[in-house]
Each structure stands twice: as C-alpha cells, then as structure tokens.
Design a protein around this ligand. Sequence first.
Ligand SMILES: Cc1cc2nc3c(=O)[nH]c(=O)nc-3n(C[C@H](O)[C@H](O)[C@H](O)COP(=O)(O)O)c2cc1C
Length: 351
Amino acid sequence: MKIGNLDVTGNSFLAPMAEITDYAFRAIAKNNGADLTYTQMVSAEGVIKNNFNTLRMLTFSRAEKPIGVQLLGNDPDIIGRAVRELVRFKPNIIDLNCGCPVEKVYGKKMGAYLLSQPDKLGKLVNEMVKNSQGIPISIKIRLGPKDKVNVLENAKIIEDNGASVITIHARKKIDRYDVEADWSWIAKVKEQISIPVVGNGSIFKAEDAVKMMKDTKCDAVLLGRGALGNPFIFKQIRLLQEGKKYIPSIEDIREVALEHLDLLEREQSLIISIDRAKKNIIWYFKYQNGLENLINDIYSAIDFDRLKEIVNNHSKKILDNYYPQENIEIITKKFNNRVLFWLAKEEAKVL
Ligand SMILES: Cc1cc2nc3c(=O)[nH]c(=O)nc-3n(C[C@H](O)[C@H](O)[C@H](O)COP(=O)(O)O)c2cc1C
C-alpha cells in the first residue's frame, strides 16, 4: 500500500505503546512480519527542548525502516517545530497522537482531547504537513472525545489538511478495554475519505485482522495488545491472507523470547530492561500452561542469566507436560481486558 510517497509492502502494523514498543520490541515484531512499526508517543515539547529521555525514546536504526514516530502535543507552533526537528532523523512517517485517554494527557488538552476541537485538530495537521518536507503525516484517532462519536467529522478535517493516513482505534475516549471496539465506524470512514485508513482495536488473532479488513475495507490493521508476547501474529496475518496457517511451537516461542532478552540486555540499563524483560517473558507464555509458576519464578529474578534460565526451564516443562492443563480461554480473557497488572501504570507515563 502507499502512504503518501511511502511504499509499505504489507498491511499489518505494530501500534505505538508507551513503555513497550522500544527498539527490542519493534525489532522482534519486524523480524516476525510487522510491515510498519511505531515508536511510543513522545512530547513535542520534549523534542524541541532536546530532552534526553524524549530523544532516547525516538531513536531508531536504519534497519528498522519503515518506521513511524509519534508525537503528543496541542500547540500548532510547537508541533510544527517538533516535526521540523524530527525530519532530521528521517523517519518514514510522523504521527500525531489524538487518542490517549489517560488523565495526565487528556487533562492537558492533548491526546483524545483534540477530538473535541476539530478546528484545532485541522490546524495541527496542517502545521505538521507544512513542516514535514514530504514525510507522510499520520493521525491516530479514536471514535470521539468522551462519550460522543465524531469520527467522520474529524477524519474529513484530517484528510482536508493534508494527512497521508488515518489510524482509527474504534473506541471512544471513555471506553475502557472491556468495551467492544466498534469496527463499523472504520467502514464508515473508509467510505467517506480517500486517503488510506488503518483499523485498530481488539485484534488478537490473525482471523480478527482478516475479518476487520474484509468487513471494513480498511487498508491495513494496527495491533497493540495482540502483539504482546505474540509477534508471530504478523506472520500469521500474512499467511492467513494466502490461505495458510502457522502456529508457533514452544521452541519458536522460546527462541524468540531469548532473542528479545538479548536485545533488551544490549540496549538499555539493567534497571529499565530487567523490568521490561520480565513482563515480556510473561506475555510470551501467556497462552501456555504453568503461567502462575512462571510469574512466581520471574519475580525473584535479578539478572538476565537467571531470566534466560527460567525461559529454558519453563519451555522444557511445558514440552514435558509438567504443568496441569489450564483453561486457556479464561487466561486469555484476563489478558485481553487488562493486559494483566502492568497496563494501568504503564499507560500513564509520557515523556
Ligand atoms: C500499554 C499501552 C500503551 C499504549 N501507548 C500508546 C501510545 O504511546 N500511543 C498511542 O497512540 N496509543 C497507545 N496505546 C493504544 C494502542 O496503540 C492501541 O490503539 C490500543 O491498544 C487499541 O489496540 P489493541 O486493541 O490492538 O490493543 C497504548 C496501549 C497500551 C495497551
């Protein structure tokens, strides 16, 4: 598909996720078939002030291309200057976050708040396009601010102001993750505008992705929680579109989990990476028996060698049918609705 002047070879993308889609996560997603990945949101103000942590979160390697970077902000001048700054890094896409519902962001009139100000939104898009030197601008929105749906109005304004692609998370600002995403709005937007539309919201299986594309005619899908510990989903989506199936073996999962650990170990300080490594390992094994045992073991680990040992031992025990059979459906539901215990805390951080 074409996004502005950018050719993207496939149609399954990795969503921006704060404190999650770091270099290691994106690299693993890409190796397993993600056609486009995004950095997590960073504040436009941090970018123009050259804030060290902001820039660290924006860093990506050439091998990661195509990659999108995501900005958070609400001041057209600051957003424009941040885009000018980002152009120097040569990302393939620059995105504006218009969907974040957390109070820390919404309360500062950013993220999903922008959906209540269509004119301001138009100005922001316009400013981004003016300053991006041809790099496509993407805008990530929800169905509406608070409990109202105004996605058709916002989509039109975004298109009219020159954005190259719109991503729609098919929930309103007030909807928590246990409220069903309403994909029908993605179809309505797709009918109304001519720039590409990327659909997002509750894709947990390759079948969901294919269904969303079929039902809504969206040009691509964006996966957040469905990719946690399951980078294989990108390959599964591609194969399913060719009528084929792929189910990762425990050995596949073990190998990718260890590779993920290696990348994290190399990339960041132990304090940040060990915590991140722990949650990723749990996600890798979330659909397998013995999850409680894994969580207990993981908690006490203090270095990467121990984590790798845990991954190896746990994989072997699963293969040896050491753990009693569990109701995977119940475990899956817990993950899909809350991403276990980390979600609330992680989503609140913005740098
Ligand atoms: C832990 C977490 C962090 C997120 N951080 C961001 C973010 O930085 N920027 C953004 O636009 N959306 C963020 N989101 C929203 C996702 O990109 C996505 O729109 C949402 O999770 C719905 O997709 P899903 O049902 O596939 O998870 C985050 C979601 C989660 C679960």
